[in-house]
Design a protein around this ligand. Structure first.
Ligand code: SF4
Ligand code: MG
Length: 328
């Protein structure tokens, strides 16, 4: 099969303390039943506003946090709640590049040590071989390997993200989760990093899950795209299908707002009215009904399932799927 990763009904709930008179257990439903498949060698985009659960989904996949329920299959095998040995093996194949190249590198370590660290952890090769590999990786991401003994603070934001990419490549992973990898960078630097990522993907046959609030960035790099809203995937489609024939009202609103994204707030507010509801008190039924201008009585009562409307194009909306008038 060409499926590399499958996420099945993933839920990540965080317990929180409420300030009500009678304390009770409450949960933030950061990810609330997300399912998708990622194919080998594709770039799969996950797009949505701040707080929609896209980073949480990525972090669950690389094992940085434990899902509340659901399953994640990598090469057909569950990687949730596995044995220690299992997670070590997984760590080699699944890597992550973080948004902030300023805080994701340890400032006490030289660049060489930052890049080499995954090799050190897994005790791969001799120390001399690891250093050699770090130099090779620096050249590969367009850095001068003679700067290997310098410290992260001596590099620019774009260069630091190159260091983060080199580090992610150290173990020859097959899947890299890219969590807003260019959002913290100057616009002039963003295209350089995206081009580098594209080159590396082709050269090494990598698969990417590319997380971003920026539809233009996702459009640039991704083959297929999932749109998330309030912990749910509301639409999945090929890039062309999504941009030419969006079906979910939220996707349509996002696309209508493209020319004026607000990088500071990570929102795309053009068409959308009202705020995103708190994931502590998510709406009943369709997660988008409080902001949807097409909402009908069924929308607040019944959660629309993700339905395949045409091959490869899935949508969770009663209106788009023609189930608005069906009995609940
Ligand atoms: Fe809007 Fe209803 Fe579709 Fe939700 S299910 S997006 S509220 S029309
Ligand atoms: Mg995030």
């Amino acid at each position: 099969s060409d499926v590399l990763l499958e996420v099945k009904d993933l839920k990540v709930y965080y317990p929180v303390k409420t300030k009500s008179i009678i304390p009770r257990k409450a949960y933030v439903k950061a990810v609330d039943g997300v399912s998708f498949q990622v194919h080998k060698k594709e770039a799969f985009g996950i797009v949505g506003e701040s707080g929609c659960g896209k980073s949480t989904t990525g972090h669950a996949i690389v094992g940085l946090l434990k899902p509340t329920s659901g399953d994640i299959l990598f090469e057909g095998e569950s990687i949730v709640g596995g044995k220690v040995q299992h997670s070590k093996e997984r760590a080699k194949k699944l890597q992550i590049i973080f948004q902030d190249p300023y805080s994701s590198l340890d400032s006490r370590f030289t660049v060489g040590r930052c890049i080499r660290e995954p090799l050190d952890v897994h005790k791969i090769g001799t120390p001399a071989e690891r250093n050699e590999r770090a130099e090779e990786l620096m050249r590969e991401v367009g850095l001068n390997h003679e700067q290997i003994t310098r410290y992260p603070h001596e590099f620019s934001g774009g260069q630091r993200q190159r260091i983060g990419i080199a580090r992610a490549l150290a173990l020859n992973p097959s899947l890299i989760i890219c969590d807003e990898p260019v959002s913290a960078l100057d616009v002039s630097i963003q295209a350089q990093i995206l081009n580098l990522m594209q080159e590396l993907k082709e050269k090494h046959g990598l698969t990417y899950i590319f997380i971003s609030h920026n539809l233009s960035v996702v459009h640039h790099l991704c083959d297929r795209i999932a749109v998330m809203y309030l912990g749910n995937v509301v639409e999945i489609a090929d890039k062309r299908q999504l941009f030419d024939n969006p079906q979910h009202p939220y996707t349509k609103a996002l696309l209508a707002a493209i020319p004026v994204p607000d990088p500071e707030r990570q929102t795309m507010s053009g068409e959308l009215e009202g705020d995103v509801p708190s994931p502590l008190h998510p709406p009943t039924g369709c997660c988008f009904h409080t902001r949807c201008k097409f909402a009908g009585p069924k929308c607040s009562a019944v959660k629309p399932p993700l339905v395949e409307l045409e091959p490869g194009h899935q949508v969770a909306c009663h209106l788009a799927c023609g189930t608005m008038d069906d009995n609940a």
